[in-house]
Design a protein around this ligand. Structure first.
Ligand code: BT5
Length: 327
């Protein structure tokens, strides 16, 4: 598309400026057409300055993901080989599950700027205004079904490492699927699976990261427990860079989890804020407390109750009761 070409030419211009005539020549279109595309870019939210005798120059870019930008410099082997980016969808997880069942390849990624029916675990809602990241990755790991929780842990390690690289922020992982900063949730992961006997057909790893949304998009009860990367960094975050780091991190961690699961567990343990603390576990209609002692080789949480009995928890909600707090 000429519009994208004009944008890329302006972005890579050494001085920042390119004249209408140069753009027209490079694209093989008329100057009037160049002007029309410039107006259309302005309508998309780009700030474009036109200076007589120098030409056009980009002064600001909208906080909007663009496929070209995401793909630029992306060096992944599996994740992101196919990327689908939507301005809006119901739920990237639902869409990715549907695409996976119709044969979408491993590593395909579904991204949306906003979701109308974003999903949390156990039928809960994930509130999904613009300004954040919402993505789902289709995976087809050759591993037994009971090892699937390791994929969530690998995803969490990838998110933590992308946030550290792109934003310089340290995070903690709360078992099984929350990424926290200063004890507040900044990201949630939702893993869904289709399996046949003990064989995984496909897994969809969904990730929602609170990046630039104003916190007042959330109702007060949830807001009190939530933060965003912009809030923690003290300024807007480049979502494209974060997304690229995230795809690269997922690519890396996915290969590790498939080849050498204990390595993912070690990475996870170094980031976790659950193990070593007293926790309350709720799920499957029961509630109990104990000391989170570790995770087992399948990613389940090991909890020692006060009567000395040990429970291994595969899924549930964890409240950290007391301990060292957030790393
Ligand atoms: C999760 O569930 O944390 C998993 C969230 C996964 C979201 C991603 S976005 C891309 C992909 N497509 C989807 O449809 N989903 C995935 P859970 O642990 O059940 O937490 C859900 C709870 O977090 C809700 O009940 C709220 O209390 C709270 N919550 C909702 N929206 C939130 C937000 N934006 N930030 C922080 N907390 C939120």
């Amino acid at each position: 598309m000429y519009k994208d070409k004009i944008l890329n030419l302006l972005r890579s211009s050494r001085t920042g400026f390119l004249s209408g005539e140069e753009l027209a020549k490079k694209c093989g279109i008329s100057r009037t057409m160049v002007w029309k595309h410039i107006k259309s870019l302005e309508r998309e939210g780009f700030g474009i300055e036109a200076v007589p005798s120098q030409g056009y120059r980009i002064t600001s870019v909208p906080d909007m993901l663009r496929l070209d930008d995401v793909r630029r410099g992306l060096k992944t082997t599996v994740i992101g080989k196919e990327i689908h980016l939507f301005p809006e969808t119901t739920s990237t997880n639902s869409l990715a599950m549907e695409m996976a069942s119709k044969g979408a390849p491993e590593g395909a990624v579904v991204i949306a700027e906003t979701q109308t029916l974003g999903k949390g675990r156990l039928g809960r809602k994930w509130i999904s205004p613009k300004g954040n990241l919402y993505l789902s990755v289709i995976l087809r790991p050759v591993m037994p079904m009971h090892k699937a929780p390791l994929i969530t842990l690998a995803g969490a390690v990838a998110v933590a490492s992308a946030i550290r690289t792109a934003c310089g922020l340290a995070t903690g992982i709360k078992w099984p699927n929350d990424i926290l900063i200063s004890g507040k949730k900044v990201c949630g992961l939702l893993t869904e699976m289709s399996a046949e006997q003990d064989r995984i057909r496909h897994i969809v790893l969904g990730i929602g990261v609170n990046v630039n949304m104003p916190l007042n998009e959330l109702p007060p009860d949830i807001r009190a427990l939530t933060t965003t990367l912009a809030e923690e960094a003290g300024g807007a975050i480049d979502r494209t860079r974060l997304l690229r780091e995230l795809l690269a991190g997922l690519d890396h961690e996915y290969q590790v989890v498939v080849k050498d699961p204990p390595a993912v567990l070690r990475d996870w343990e170094s980031l976790n804020v659950t193990v070593g603390n007293r926790v309350a576990i709720s799920g499957a209609g029961e509630l109990f407390e104990g000391l989170a002692e570790g995770i087992d080789s399948e990613g389940r949480l090991i909890v020692r109750r006060d009567d000395g009995t040990v429970r291994t928890v595969a899924a549930g909600d964890v409240t950290i009761l007391k301990g060292s707090g957030v790393k």
